[in-house]
Design a binder for this molecule. Sequence first.
Ligand SMILES: Nc1ncnc2c1ncn2[C@@H]1O[C@H](COP(=O)(O)OP(=O)(O)OP(=O)(O)O)[C@@H](O)[C@H]1O
Ligand SMILES: [Mg+2]
Length: 465
Amino acid sequence: MRKKGRILLLDDDELIISMLSRALRKEGYETQLLHSSEMAVEKIIAWQPDMMFLDIELGEELDGLDILRMLQAERINFPVVMLTGDDSSDSAIKALRYGASDYLHKPFNVEEVKIVVDRILKNSRMQDEIDYLKRAQVEKNGQPFIGESAAIIQLLDDARKIATAGVSSILITGKSGTGKEVLARNLHHWRFAEQQGFETVPFIAINCTALPENLIEGELFGHVKGAFTDAKSDKKGVFELANGGTLLLDEIGDMRPDLQGKLLRVLEERTVRRVGGKVDLPIDVTIIASTNRDLKKLVAEGLFREDLYYRLSSFFINIPPLCERETDVIRLTEYFLQKFAQKYSKKQVKTLAKEAEELMLEYLWPGNVRELRNVIERCVVMESAPVLGVECLPLDIGGRKADSIERRKKFQILLPEEGISLEEVEREYLQLALERTNNNMTKAAKLLKVSYDVFRYQAKKYNLL
Ligand SMILES: Nc1ncnc2c1ncn2[C@@H]1O[C@H](COP(=O)(O)OP(=O)(O)OP(=O)(O)O)[C@@H](O)[C@H]1O
Ligand SMILES: [Mg+2]
């Protein structure tokens, strides 16, 4: 039979602990007994218990409290339950102050001990799980948004302003793998890092398409017991869980229309009502919505509510695709080369051969930064040479010498059968540049590589100002 947990017992009263040990073994626990404080700390640490019982009055030089403090100094992370024969609770309370999980008065009832053990081990397992998940979160939260192209520098500057201003909702758009989630976590950081107790400020991410239809509403808004068949108890939704922090609603473009309406209500009224609930609960959450779809187009097609679109898009950040940011391809390559060299303990950080770098610059990166990251990870793992050549790149990068078709795709230039007016094309680009730069003509002119005056003249000609 698999043992349920390892429990160490330290008491100078042999009768008591052998009785306790027998009872616990019968329940399926593994036990180890110690009768004196001699070398106790070393022995305890060496055996690595899941929890321990520690007698306070050991009748020796060291008593239980001394041992507890020594264990704490060693930063043990298993729960300790103190045993005491003292009728008053003084020493037991002291023990709790020193970090004990609980205490029991002797003589104790075996049933009570079983309940305590069960509860403590359950809590401790749950704590382990939480610690594990938190570690994964911390790693994700600490991820910087890498990029030094003009577009990204501007974007980060805007993003920081938006975050620190404390606005209540932000929309991030960008193709798949451009770093929307990385940016969202950075926004959260800029918004709350200065705040006391930042580690406990929640960042909750939910993918609006990942859940089955019938569960998503309860997941978002919570539900009260009995609201529907499976609602066996009250449950908080993600808005409540993210209260005081940030909620990332990923793939907002795919949210069901009825839920879009409910989301709008939450945004406007800053309250949520659980499914089946009767009260509106106030919430204070920074909502970040993200999507790789063209929301404006979805609005035009009647698939996304216009009012919600306007509500979300007052603070709007668009991450351009990677193929439009050549300097970032280089910078991100360096970053991931270093990161994965460290992760896979490769002694020296590799560099890319010139031709490989050129191919990477010409490649279109349909999977954006995610794809680049995967390519580099593979290179670092598979290659042993210090300089990574063309042959380590996957076939569709290394094999397909970027030809003019690919290059044209980058600009999405198409010449329809019936022809096209050059003026129309020009107007379209001027318009695009204005849109991308929020009507900043200096920047728009730069984007189209013309002087400010030329840009202004042209824009006027096409009635764009
Ligand atoms: N600017 C960046 N700096 C560092 N890493 C990045 C950057 N952008 C993206 N990444 C990495 O690329 C991967 C994808 O990023 P992320 O999940 O944020 O993309 P996304 O835009 O949310 O994609 P999707 O639309 O598919 O959900 C992650 O592994 C992330 O670490
Ligand atoms: Mg994402």
